[in-house]
Design a protein around this ligand. Structure first.
Ligand SMILES: [Zn+2]
Length: 70
């Protein structure tokens, strides 16, 4: 897998949706790519907020979308 493709996996890694082999490859990439380390940290914080928000919703509820500005 090329490095540019590994950079694209940061979001999927932060969400925990990579297959095990891809996650291992990405973790190896993290040892040498500070940009992806920063991106995973930032996305991880967003994921944590989304999970906390989702736990506040009643089962089966669909989150409201933000107001649209005209
Ligand atoms: Zn990278």
């Amino acid at each position: 897998m090329r490095a540019i493709e590994l950079h694209r996996d940061a979001g999927a890694y932060a969400l925990g949706v990579l297959e095990a082999a891809d996650a291992c490859r990405f973790e190896e990439h993290l040892t040498e790519c500070s940009a992806c380390v920063v991106q995973v940290r930032e996305l991880g914080a967003v994921v944590a907020h989304l999970v906390a928000y989702a736990h506040r919703l009643p089962p089966g509820a669909v989150p409201r979308q933000g107001r649209r500005r005209r």
